[in-house]
Design a protein around this ligand. Sequence first.
Ligand code: AMP
Length: 493
Amino acid sequence: MTKFTDLNLDPNVMQAIAEAGYEAPTPIQADAIPPALEGRDVLGIAQTGTGKTASFTLPMITRLAHGRARARMPRSLVLAPTRELAAQVAENFDVYAKYTKLTKALLIGGVSFGEQDKLIDRGVDVLIATPGRLLDHFERGKLLLTGVQIMVVDEADRMLDMGFIPDIERIFQLTPFNRQTLFFSATMAPEIERITNTFLHAPARVEVARQATTSETITQKLVQITPPRRDQAAKVKRELLRALIRAEGESCTNAIIFCNRKVDVDIVAKSLKTHGFNAAPIHGDLEQRQRMQTLDDFREGKLQLLIASDVAARGLDIPAVSHVFNYDIPSHAEDYVHRIGRTGRAGRLGTAYSIATPSDDKYLSQIENLVKMQIPRADLPEGFAPSEAAHREPKKYDDREERRGGRGRGRERERRRPEPAAEAVAPVVETPPHREAPPHREERRERHRGRDRDDGPVVIGMGDHVPDFLLRSFRTTKPVEEVPEEVGETSEA
Ligand code: AMP
């Protein structure tokens, strides 16, 4: 078995690893670090949880140990698809580089351009960024990428899902041809294969076993329910979710509850809170500070139930949870494996409940084909029956009424929020309740590129169906793009 001492890492890095308590490199580290230290390109096929962040961060720090950064010319670049992932890489970097003098900057949305510009102006060794924000800085002339010696692309398949591949290609073209590229993806979709063939030079291909099977330490249970009315499916599912959590009692120390759509993440979180559970949502529309706070609370055990969408939860380094609840059956079978893999980690036991209604049959059989087993069916919790209200026509979302078991008047805020039926086919126009400021440019761009895939049928404005000519900018006396929407975000620019 490979030991860290076999790997030729910088002594300062070795000290940091020892302090982190790592005893031996993980398989992806053992395989990726040697070629990365030689300066070779690496194509890593691995998921979060395999130790892949250290597999590129440790050799990067070692290789950058000598040399100095010049103003506006970072020496290395790490691209991550979401703010959280970028922030996570930055945290890892801080841990592993604590005994070096290397500097870093984190370029993500939700942080003022001014602060970030100052750091870049001083010169940084490592620049960690989301693609949109990086290009925003570049376009503002604040950044030169011609000094990049090492470029990392993390979670490339997620980048593809989010429509970032054109940005990635552009960024590749802005960096020197002879840079070293470390490229990571959980899967190799044809488009990812194309990018790696175009931009990587004879890469060392390093692969850790793909998670197409579910761990034996996870007890899986499928609870099937036929709502009395199709348009009350969401209500019944919320009632069932509460009953399941209660039935688990103290064994449910902490749990992630997955929903397919952001709008349901909010509704489920709000509903659980109203019913006295310690719950909070996490998704892309929440303010950065709020998302970080929620995650910290969850990691520290102050928050018991985290309600998440796949996009928000993907790649987040969250310690083992006792339970995973699939409030919705995921429409991508692989997401089922990722979701339930949040529990039962490192040999510990975990429980994964999935709630299914008859409309999930198609997805369920795709999941069972993928995991090559039938998910064991579980009975409804003892005494559970859909409330009386679930038999009636839904009008609006009102948690208090669920508590009372009848329909109430609802507060004004709730009155404006229609209950989205789980099987809704028509697009629902929804304004996220916590949107306090207009989205900044990066978010808008991400949205147009399909970032909000987890939103299902929810469409904001014209969604992706805006006719192309409407999006084209043209000259008037004032450039169209300078109309005030950016104000909140670029005030320091
Ligand atoms: P990642 O796949 O990079 O998100 O890493 C998942 C988790 O594994 C993180 O919490 C790391 O701190 C941890 N980790 C990374 N490398 C090692 C190692 N060699 N030994 C033990 N834990 C590790």
